[in-house]
Design a protein around this ligand. Structure first.
Ligand code: UDP
Length: 344
């Protein structure tokens, strides 16, 4: 018996635009700037609740003739996102817009399910009706939960331990069903710890919770002391091990994922990490080396919900997408430091 797969949606629609949801945020803006530099016409959709208008202005200033449209809207309002597909000829979507703080998700799960799941359903529904059939989605290592083994490959069980991870896993499952039923193909990219900056844009969260910017902010704030969460883990120096991936390498994978979908690639998912881990102390030392001075540190209790070790097995992204992360942790910290000084 011959099995024929019929795709409802066209693979490539030349001259169309790419929609970047959350394009005014940290990772979304790095994707947007790359697409602009590649001469693509893009629409940035962002509520500006967490993203920044200044980032959109920077993105616009980079364009050498390609269209950079900005729509301020909220995925929780179906009409906001539907109107984007009515107004613009969208070929593919790169979907970043989401809440992403684990601790906040524990305190207010509804906020996470409502925004990350319901908001994405509105996006997918609008895509389906507009017959837009390709999406690259920001998923996360948090969908795996407490690791059963490291490095974590893509077949590792997905058992999230917080609402943030649950919300992202729910979207992954919804996307599987949309792919099967409607031919809306997706690439889900499971990020490990994203660091670094392009320089013109960078990591800008308010409040900031992540390791590298928090170490660097402590240098720039008078009397600042960095809080190191947990020094009694069963790791080589007692602090948590994470797999830090440079944002520019991460974006390479998004560009490859878009081209994979353009060529007719099937719905799939990939880990994005380096296959290697650094402890919090090692990252802290790298920051001291880059800054060129001693940084004040306060060794604190563990932060609830932090697994001891998270490292990605990245073989699948390498072999299927042809992805190769290039930047070292030192380079990531250097770019983060330049950006942080600019932001200060
Ligand atoms: N961390 C820390 N101090 C901070 C922020 C983070 O010691 O101010 C630790 C955190 O406990 C974890 C690692 O740094 O072990 C990475 O945390 P981050 O929030 O950057 O990323 P996550 O692993 O939570 O995605």
């Amino acid at each position: 018996m011959t099995v024929v797969t019929i795709h409802i949606y066209p693979y490539v629609t030349p001259q169309c635009m790419i929609l970047v949801t959350g394009g005014a945020g940290y990772i979304g803006s790095h994707c947007a700037i790359r697409l602009i530099e590649e001469g693509k016409d893009i629409v940035i959709f962002d509520s500006l609740e967490l993203g920044h208008k200044e980032t959109v202005d920077t993105l616009r200033s980079v364009s050498k003739g390609s269209k950079v449209e900005f729509v301020q809207g909220d995925l929780k309002n179906p009409s906001d996102i539907r109107s984007v597909f009515e107004k613009y000829d969208i070929d593919a979507v790169v979907h970043f817009a989401a809440y992403s703080q684990v601790a906040e998700s524990m305190k207010d799960p509804q906020k996470y399910y409502y925004n990350n799941v319901y908001g994405t359903l509105n996006l997918l529904s609008a895509m389906k009706d507009a017959r837009v059939g390709k999406i690259v989605f920001s998923s996360t290592a948090a969908t795996y939960g407490e690791p059963e083994y490291v490095p974590i490959d893509e077949v590792h069980p997905q058992m999230p331990i917080n609402p943030y991870g649950n919300s992202k896993l729910m979207v992954e499952r919804i996307m599987d069903d949309y792919s099967r039923a409607y031919g809306l193909r997706s690439v889900r990219l499971r990020y490990f710890n994203v660091v670094g900056a392009d320089g013109r844009i960078g990591e800008w969260h308010v409040p900031e919770t992540h390791l590298v910017p928090n170490v660097l902010k402590s240098v720039l704030s008078p009397g600042g002391v960095f809080s190191m969460f947990g020094t009694d883990y069963d790791t080589r120096d007692g602090t948590c091990v994470r797999d830090y991936i440079d944002v520019r390498d991460l974006i390479d994978a998004h560009i490859l994922a878009l081209s994979y979908l353009d060529k007719g690639g099937e719905t799939d998912y990939f880990n994005l990490g380096t296959n290697d881990g650094s402890t919090v102390r090692e990252v802290f030392s790298e920051c001291e080396a880059v800054v060129g001075s001693k940084i004040q540190v306060n060794e604190c209790a563990r932060r609830p919900g932090d697994p001891a070790v998270l490292i990605a097995d990245n073989q699948k992204a390498k072999s299927v997408l042809g992805w190769e992360p290039k930047h070292t942790l030192k380079e990531s910290v250097e770019t983060a430091w330049s950006w942080e000084q600019k932001l200060n």
